[in-house]
Design a protein around this ligand. Structure first.
Ligand code: PLP
Length: 401
């Protein structure tokens, strides 16, 4: 039992499928969140990168409020005067012809998998029910049954089988393993440019570029899951751009909703998207007017406030400071842009304990895979704020020296 009534109630009534840090958040503003006693924290978690725009961004709240007073949910049984504007902006920014709007990341991933399979049957000529999709060890693409079925994380799948077939796993970053796995039935290689939930794992430089070349050679789609890495998080609009790759299709989510609503999308050219015809696939809420208004505002803010550029510049600065500090309990500082993971040496400290100490000092993060502390603040953060975050991190980590 916890004596905070909000924690006690949540523990009593909410399924225990998470293990939250013992802090009760009641409001947020920009890079800060405040607990129920009014204590302020720097948010270095950003809801797993969903809050790249910061909490309660005034432009996003304005879009939300204005649209909410007009019309919110209509389903795609009808046209909306907002959806076209949103998807036009999305397609123009990313340079693709079409987008299919969904809500959560997992739904957009399922959409990508369906698109890849149907493309393989219709366009590549793969025999019925033979399509294969190649994924990577250590992947995280969401929590549906199909998706956890091709996870390499035992806990994500234990007790939830049986699983759909048609997926192959290869080692992440291993281009030879990818080449060996490709057959004439391969529809797509589905990959994260950087594995976020895997622990901010970066593949060798050039991996995605080589993967793209292999995919082209074998008529396989390269589909990048940029739900976490996209929209400026790594210092570029898409993390794929670090390798100068234009994927055949992209999955976006998280920050696409501006930290306000769940908004996701599968983005591709007509050659792929046209496999969908009326009735094939859908979602009651996907692309609803409120989400479209907020998504459009989120993209506009991203561009106007140059969030990708800020992420690139401050990320480089922050990473250098963390490396220079040379903390004894940190065996590696990984990442690019404001997407940084500290690999904690388990002989020296536990990541969870570090997160608890950071929390006490006014900085929120969360451990990933027991040994990684994730540092991914809202991209609206400035240098002074990042310096304050560094001071807190320094305070905590230097106690292990
Ligand atoms: C978060 C995430 C997802 C799943 O998104 P949900 O909105 O939680 O369903 C999929 N892929 C990646 C890379 C993610 O980080």
């Amino acid at each position: 039992m916890n004596d905070n009534p909000s924690i006690a109630k949540e523990n009593k009534y909410c399924a225990a499928n998470y293990h939250p840090l013992p802090v009760v958040l009641s409001h947020g503003e920009g890079i800060y969140v405040f607990d129920d006693a009014g204590k302020r924290y720097i948010d270095m978690m950003s809801a797993y990168s969903a809050v790249s725009h910061g909490h309660c961004h005034p432009k996003l709240l304005a879009a939300l409020t204005e649209q909410s007073q007009r019309i919110n949910v209509i389903s795609r049984a009808f046209y909306s005067d907002k959806l076209g504007d949103f998807l036009e902006k999305l397609c123009q920014m990313l340079g693709y012809e079409k987008a299919l709007p969904m809500n959560t990341g997992a739904e957009a991933v399922e959409t990508a998998l369906k698109a890849a399979r149907k493309w393989a049957y219709q366009k590549k000529g793969v025999a019925a029910d033979k399509a294969e999709i190649i994924v990577c060890d250590g992947n995280f693409h969401g929590r549906t049954i199909a998706i956890v079925g091709f996870s390499s994380e035992a806990q994500y799948k234990e007790g939830f089988g049986p699983y759909p077939t048609g997926f192959k796993q290869v080692a992440y970053g291993d281009i030879d393993a990818l080449e060996k796995a490709i057959t004439s039935n391969t529809a797509a290689f589905f990959v994260e440019p950087i594995q976020g939930e895997g622990g901010i794992i970066m593949p060798p430089a050039g991996y995605l570029k080589q993967a793209k070349a292999l995919c082209e050679k074998h008529n396989v789609l390269l589909i990048c899951d940029e739900i976490q890495t996209g929209l400026g998080r790594t210092g570029k609009l898409l993390a794929s751009y670090h390798d100068e790759v234009r994927p055949d299709a992209v999955v976006l989510g998280k920050a696409l909703g501006g930290g306000v609503l769940p908004v996701s999308a599968f983005v591709a050219d007509s050659e792929i998207m046209d496999v969908f015809t009326p009735g094939d696939h859908g979602s009651t809420f996907g692309g609803y007017p409120l989400a479209a208004a907020v998504g459009l505002a989120a993209l506009n803010v991203l561009e106007k406030e140059k969030l990708a550029k800020n992420s690139a510049e401050l990320g480089e600065y922050f990473k250098a400071r963390l490396e220079e500090a040379d903390f004894a309990c940190v065996s590696e500082v990984r990442g690019v842009g404001l997407f940084i993971g500290l690999e904690i040496n388990p002989a020296k400290a536990r990541a969870r304990e570090i997160c608890e100490k950071l929390m006490t000092k006014g900085l929120l993060s969360k451990e990933t895979h027991e040994t990684v502390v994730r540092l991914a603040p809202p991209l609206v953060i400035n240098k002074e704020q990042l310096d304050s975050a560094f001071d807190i991190i320094h305070d905590v980590l230097s106690t292990y020296n």
